[in-house]
Design a binder for this molecule. Structure first.
Ligand code: CA
Length: 317
């Protein structure tokens, strides 16, 4: 090969390397194809620190004996499903969420989102861990209210509301997380009133529906998840899903879980009867229904970690 031929060969080689390099960078940046996004919701059951917060009534009563053992147990449940988005309930404060994320999930690449709720009895808040980048500010809707049966209802734990960007495709997921009123009776004039608690939860369901309607009407990809303290056929769930209005309905992703596994909580009454109920939910807008590739409920949560199972859904976006 003469000098001229060598030069031509060298130039072609450089051009070929540039093309290969450019395509490699393109692949690394995402090819625009579908991505699998794993969603999880988990009620972590009194995820408290060991500090007595004078503003919270019940934090000392439910303080874990070993805070880091509790956090490690919660982290293990999260880690084994490798979720991209985790909705948490019953988080006492920002400090305990940061301790979970930085000390026990440090290598998972999560950003944490949280706001303090109005619930000063339990101190319980909702929170989000996510590997997806936020595409807008976090909203909490603590000031929102609705009326039902002549009464005003609000979400004492708020409604976590954030848009997240799916890597690669650049699509946006509009994620909402909440924790509705428990089934424990409300106390009125020193007497228990279970019906009032049910009315409050129904009012909260109506309010969630009103707050998610704009995103649904705009055709966004919407995910609504959390502990709603009631099952699919309750008034609260009927409101949220859209059974009571003409707007776009939500799809109940966990309905596809086999019946024998389709519960997230077990209650035992005074006579020792056991009741199985799915109170934790992952609902999505209908434009995501065909993008759900799997759904499961993880019952292997140790009793000392939580009395709730974790729910996991994979979306292909
Ligand atoms: Ca709190």
């Amino acid at each position: 090969m003469n000098t001229r031929a060598w030069w031509l060969f060298a130039r072609l080689l450089v051009v070929a390397l540039l093309i290969v390099g450019a395509s490699a960078v393109f692949v690394l940046q995402g090819d625009g194809g579908p991505q699998c996004i794993t969603l999880m919701t988990f009620n972590a059951a009194w995820l408290c620190d060991a500090v007595d917060d004078p503003a919270v009534m019940l934090d000392q009563e439910h303080m874990p004996r070993d805070v880091d053992a509790k956090l490690a147990g919660v982290a293990e449940v999260i880690r084994r499903h490798n979720p991209d988005i985790v909705a948490l309930q019953e988080v006492e404060n920002w400090g305990v969420l940061e301790r979970l994320n930085r000390r026990h999930l440090a290598d998972e690449g999560y950003a944490a989102y949280w706001f303090d709720s109005l619930d000063t009895a339990t101190g319980q808040d909702v929170a989000l861990l996510t590997r997806l980048q936020a595409a807008g500010p976090l909203r909490n809707h603590l000031d929102a209210f609705t009326t039902l049966d002549g009464k005003r209802w609000r979400l004492s734990r708020g409604l976590l509301d954030i848009r997240l960007r799916v890597p690669g495709s650049g699509k946006l997921l509009h994620v909402f997380v909440t924790h509705l009123r428990s089934q424990l009776p409300a106390w009125v004039n020193g007497r228990p009133d279970a019906y009032l608690a049910d009315c409050q939860r129904a009012g909260q369901g109506k309010l969630v529906r009103e707050l998610i309607q704009p995103a649904l009407q705009a055709g966004e990809y919407v995910v609504v998840m959390g502990d709603f303290n009631d099952d699919r056929n309750s008034p609260a769930l009927e409101f949220i899903i859209g059974d009571n209005d003409r707007g776009p309905k939500l799809y109940d992703t966990l309905a596809r879980v086999p019946l024998a596994d389709n519960y997230t909580c077990v209650w035992t009454d005074a006579l020792g009867n056991r009741y199985y109920e799915r109170v934790d939910h992952i609902l999505v807008s209908r434009n995501l229904q065909k993008r759900v590739t799997s759904a499961l409920i993880d019952h292997a949560v140790p009793a000392e970690v939580s009395d709730h199972a974790a729910a996991v859904v994979v979306l292909k976006l």
